[in-house]
Structures are given as C-alpha cells and as structure tokens.
Ligand binder design. Structure first.
Ligand code: ATP
Ligand code: MG
Length: 471
C-alpha cells in the first residue's frame, strides 16, 4: 500500500468546529466521551454487552490478522496488553519489537498507532449513528508530564490520534473484525509521511488525566472555594492532582490547577496484580507463576468486587487440578500489599509537600476533599489516601468525597457503578476544563504563567526509592 492508497479524505475536509470527542487511551481499557456543547456530555458505547463503555487496550495477531480489544483474547495467541505503560514508562524504547508474524514485525509505536485507529473507528461508528461528523475535534488525556521527554510523547500522541483518523477511514470496519498484518504494516509505513490537519484536535488538545477526572467529579454546589485532590488509580499509573474550585462573582465555577500540585507514579492496578501474584505464588508454588500472571487481573477484580468485604475468600483453579486459596484479609495484611499502600501514601504526601501551600491553607483551610477515580478506586484505599491526615511535612486533613455530585449522579443514575472509570473521558470532554498545568499559557494559583516543572521525574521525590520491605 502506498500513500496514494490511504483514504486521506480528511486532509481535504472542511474543518469541524462543533463538539468535542474525548479519548481516554487507558493502560487496561480505553474510553471515549462526546460533548455536543452546553455540558450535554455522555460516554460513547464503544464496548460490548458486558462492559458497554470501554474496550480492552489489547492487541494480538491471530491467523495472520491483527485483532484488537476483547477479540484479542479470543484467538488463543499471545496478547499484548499494557502497551500504554511503554509509552509513559520507557519512551526511549518505543521502537522495540512488540508483535511479529513471520517476517512482519510491529514496534510498540506501531501498536499504539494501530490501536488508536481501532479506537477511532469505534468512536466514528457511534458518532455517525448520532448524525455527528466523525471528524469532530478530539482531545486526549495523558498522565502528568514531568520532563521534555514526556512532553514530547504527549505531542506525539496528538499526531498519532490525528493520523488514526486516516487509518480508520482507510480500513473502516475491517479494523473491528481484524486486519491482515501485511496490509496494516504497509499502511503504517505509508502513514508516516501524512500530516493530518490540526483542527482535528480540540483546544486544549491534551489534558492531564486527573484534571479531566476532576472536571467531572467536582461539585458545583460548593461555597466560595473548595480544594480537591483527585487520585485517579488506573492500571498503569496513579495520577494525583490538586484543584481549587472557585465560585466567580457571576456564579460560574472556575477550576484552577494549583501550582506544582500534580504528580503521577507508576504504581496502580498492574502493580497490585504483580503483588497478588507474588502473594499467591507463595501458596500455589513457583510452577503456577505464569498462569497466575495471566489471571491476576481477573482474580483481583473478584477479590475487590462491589459487595465483597474483607472476609472474601475463594479458590482459583490452576492447571492439573490444583487450586489456590485467595483470601482478601490475608492479602491486605501481606508485605506485598502494604508496600503498594506505602508507595501510594508517600507519593500523595509528596504531592501535598510540593504544592503551593498558600492554596492548601488559605483556601482549603488545611482540609482537602479527596476524590478517588479510576478502576483501582475499587481497592480499599480510603484509609491510605482519603482519611485522617496525610503523611509528609504538610499533614493535610483529608476527607473523602463519598460520591459524585448530585447532578452527575442523577444524570448518570443507570451507570453510577462505572462512573469512576469513565471520569477521565467524561471530564475531558467538558469545556469547563482548567487549563492544563504544563501548557505554557496555563493558569496557576498565582495567576502567572506556569513555569515548567522544576524537577524532572525523580523517584526519591515520590518516595519510591526509600521504600524498604520492612514489616
Ligand atoms: N473490582 C475491582 N477491584 C480492583 N481493581 C479493579 C476492579 N475493577 C477494575 N479494576 C482495576 O482497575 C484498573 C483499570 O482501571 P482504569 O480503566 O481506570 O485504568 P486505565 O485507564 O486503563 O489505566 P491508566 O489510567 O493507568 O492508563 C485495572 O487494573 C483493573 O484491574
Ligand atoms: Mg485511566
């Protein structure tokens, strides 16, 4: 396939100026929301019956075809998951080989581009059903960027999201059924020289994940000003962000991101899966490690399902008729879980310590409302992140926001159970978003232009380095 064979209609299309599509490309699952205007935002049903509002971030090569999402798991071939972590955790190695079929190979970068095309096509189908242009400008969410390397990745993702539209137009529904690897390879090569129009991205094009979640979760029924911390516990990263919601004289709400008040660490659901494997291997034996790794996410989600409590216990089937006992109370008492809890707690404390204190004290009165979002918010993290006083130097009083604001709950009453996972996508589509912190024009707590982050991502700042496995 040459460049001429790609469907590049979007390059000649008239710019679309209405609405906003918000793409939350997640480590475990991806979500899309659509905002037609006037805060009538809604999640798009891009998933299947079981999980209508998200698709797995997964790719596999099955019988010569590249398949995506839930289908990637059905064929029995090895499945590439958590590839977004590569984007964020190891950007220098994005060109390493991720998937192969005979002599055709795909790098992590290729896989992200191909998956984004699949996601774009899922969204485009739903938009067409609503008689809305599939070229609606889009915004994407990403973890907080610490340094130039991560800011570069954020920009590159914007390019990929634009190019994904060309790939989606070229392959259309074939992307949903599975696409021959040779054709995908050719299309990806041809796509490299395509420059898709800027208007495909909304303004701002990229938003921090917790900022987006905050824009969704903050209560409009507040007093003059309230300070929130959003802790978005996903699969790959936990993203913290402190936001102040201010009621302006005209009654409108203005969310302000507090200077130096954002931090992301790669300790989240995937890390819990690893911890659970270590814990279960002790009981089941080394020979079952591989199987446990494959099933860890599923075992964890059962252990922390809605309605389960600390007495939860079940047996998980292993090969050769073996069983392993999974006990929630024992796992929560283990060093493996406690290490994760400590890492999260100290990262949060560092976020408070680094933040502009004036806002924490003057406007927050030393008490901060904590909103837990993301799929990992199903974990028992209230004591760790949302109750009593924080650790660190600042020792902030934390109170948990038990639920989303009334208006949001009423509006999404049919799907309240899944709202924490949709918060980033839904909030990202709103036009009341606070300007993102690391954009040069971002509003800061002092009203001046935001400086770039003063420190590069430094593990000692997140408390990860000095963690010891002490009981
Ligand atoms: N009941 C549950 N108990 C514990 N964890 C759960 C539960 N349900 C989902 N999760 C976990 O939540 C994570 C997925 O959440 P989410 O969709 O917010 O992540 P993501 O957006 O894909 O990741 P990230 O934001 O890090 O890119 C997975 O690790 C998943 O196992
Ligand atoms: Mg997420």
């Amino acid at each position: 396939m040459t460049k001429a064979q790609l469907n590049t209609s979007v390059l000649k299309a008239r710019p679309v100026r209405r609405g906003c599509l918000s793409v939350d490309f997640g480590t475990a699952a991806s979500k899309i929301a659509y905002e037609p205007g006037a805060d009538r935002f809604e999640p798009l049903a891009i998933g299947d019956e079981g999980d209508p509002f998200w698709v797995r971030s997964a790719i596999a090569i099955d019988k010569g075809k590249m398949v995506f999402g839930g289908r990637a798991r059905l064929g029995g071939s090895p499945v590439l998951t958590s590839f977004k972590s590569r984007l964020w955790g190891d950007p220098a190695r994005l060109d390493a080989e991720a998937l192969t079929d005979g002599d055709i190979s795909f790098s992590y970068r290729d896989c992200v581009q191909a998956y984004l095309a699949f996601l774009t096509q899922l969204g485009a189908r739903r938009l067409r059903e609503k008689k809305v242009s599939p070229y609606t400008p889009r915004r994407y969410a990403m973890p907080f960027a610490y340094d130039e390397a991560h800011r570069a990745i954020r920009r590159e993702l914007g390019e990929m999201i634009k190019r994904a539209v060309v790939l989606a137009d070229t392959f259309e529904d074939e992307l949903l059924a599975g696409i021959e690897v040779a054709r995908m390879r050719e299309a990806l090569d041809a796509l490299r020289t395509v420059s898709a129009p800027e208007w495909l991205l909304a303004e701002p094009p990229c938003v921090g994940e917790p900022v987006a979640a905050g824009a969704f979760a903050m209560d409009s029924e507040i007093g003059k000003q309230t300070v929130y911390m959003i802790a978005d516990v996903g699969a790959g990263t936990t993203d913290f962000c402190i936001l102040c919601l201010k009621k302006r004289a005209d009654g409108d709400l203005e969310p302000i991101q507090i200077r130096n008040g954002a931090l992301s660490i790669s300790v989240a659901g995937d890390a819990v899966d690893e911890a659970l494997v270590e814990f279960l291997v002790q009981e089941a034996g080394e020979q079952h490690r591989k199987r446990l790794m494959t099933n860890a996410r599923e075992i964890k989600e059962r252990l922390f399902a809605v309605g389960a409590d600390d007495d939860e216990e079940f047996y998980h089937d292993l090969p050769a008729g073996d069983l392993v006992r999974v006990n929630r109370r024992e796992f929560l008492a283990s060093l493996h879980w406690r290490k994760i809890a400590r890492q999260l707690r100290s990262a949060q404390a560092n976020c408070f310590d680094g933040a502009d204190r004036k806002y924490l004290q003057d406007f927050g009165g030393g008490a901060i409302r904590i909103v837990l979002t993301g799929g990992g918010s199903a974990l028992p993290l209230t004591k760790v992140l949302a109750g009593g006083r924080s650790g660190g130097q600042v020792r902030v009083k934390r109170t948990k926001v038990e639920d989303f604001p009334v208006g949001i709950r009423q509006r999404f009453s049919a799907i309240t159970g899944v709202l924490p996972r949709l918060a980033v996508a839904l909030g990202g589509s709103r036009d009341t978003l606070p300007a993102d912190f690391d954009r040069s024009a971002a509003r800061t707590s002092t009203g001046v232009v935001a400086p770039y982050v003063p420190w590069a991502f430094d593990k000692t700042k997140t408390g990860l380095e000095d963690e010891r496995d002490s009981p």
